[in-house]
Design a protein around this ligand. Sequence first.
Ligand SMILES: [Zn+2]
Ligand SMILES: [Zn+2]
Ligand SMILES: [Zn+2]
Ligand SMILES: [Zn+2]
Ligand SMILES: [Zn+2]
Ligand SMILES: [Zn+2]
Length: 350
Amino acid sequence: MAGGIFSPLGSCSELEKANCHPLVCLLCHEPYQHPCLLDCYHNFCASCLRGRASDGRLRCPLCGHPSVVRGGTGLPPVDRLLQFLVDSSADGEEDVQCANCDRCCTKAELDTMYFCNTCGQPLCAPCREETHRARMFARHEIVSLSKRTKDIHKKCPLHEEPYIMFSTEKKSMLCINCFRDMQGESRAHCIDIETAYMQGCQRLDQAVMAVKELQTSTREAIVLLKAMIEEVRNSASEEEAAINSLFSRMQEQLSERKKTLLKAVQSQHEEKEKAFKEQLAHLASLLPTLQVHLVTCSAFLSSANKVTLSSLCPQINSEYRAEFARCLEPLLMLSPRRSIVGSAGGIGPG
Ligand SMILES: [Zn+2]
Ligand SMILES: [Zn+2]
Ligand SMILES: [Zn+2]
Ligand SMILES: [Zn+2]
Ligand SMILES: [Zn+2]
Ligand SMILES: [Zn+2]
């Protein structure tokens, strides 16, 4: 869920930059004016949020969380604490003039300036020492400038009396008259301002500790998540490299196998072709001889009569017998009786 300002990714660095000053609005990049607090605890100026609500809901421009807005303004409640901080920081940037000597003090001297709560005026250090030491100023309440309190917080607007008590029930400050007007039961919930301040400080300290813990764990979670992102990225690239190398190895092996197979086919083809060509050449060389024999035979048949043919037959017979006999000689080991066989063949029956 993301709001309108930042895209969900890459927003981290922008956020870190923008978060540099906690009193600057993320929408207009100016110090907050009437800062409003959304349900997600993000703050924006009232003018920056105006017109963004629809159907009684206002979507946070930063995180997208919807906040319920009541009333006609269409705005979430003003963050009084943040308003106070903005006002105080604006005060600090003002030039402060000593009311007594009109000396304008520089920023570096702000720490040495004082404020007389009784006169309601700032005082420089020398004037505090010299003029405000006189007896007529003896009862004046002088504090350092940074600790001055505003009149608006000091006196009850109803009774024009200084606040002295705090009601833990109503969460409001009381002057002596407010306290007198209270019912007995409500008075039990009233404490003096100093105690209320101490209690408030304690609660604030505890809250600060809790927020610090939250911040620490959030930072740790961010570091962890970044490490996990890095790890995922690394493992993805490792996996990619492994797949690539496996694929190229398979390709190499396949192409090698392809080469050897093609070579085998080629060599078999050549071998067989050569053998067939040899046979072909042999047969072709036989062809003219056969032709001659064929011609001779047909000529003989046409010219020779029955007697001639018959008289020639025994000679032909003895011819092939002798031939076979000669062939068989080495196999039958008949060499000593060669002459007998030869003569027998010569006089053999027709
Ligand atoms: Zn703004
Ligand atoms: Zn938000
Ligand atoms: Zn002065
Ligand atoms: Zn004074
Ligand atoms: Zn009062
Ligand atoms: Zn022949």
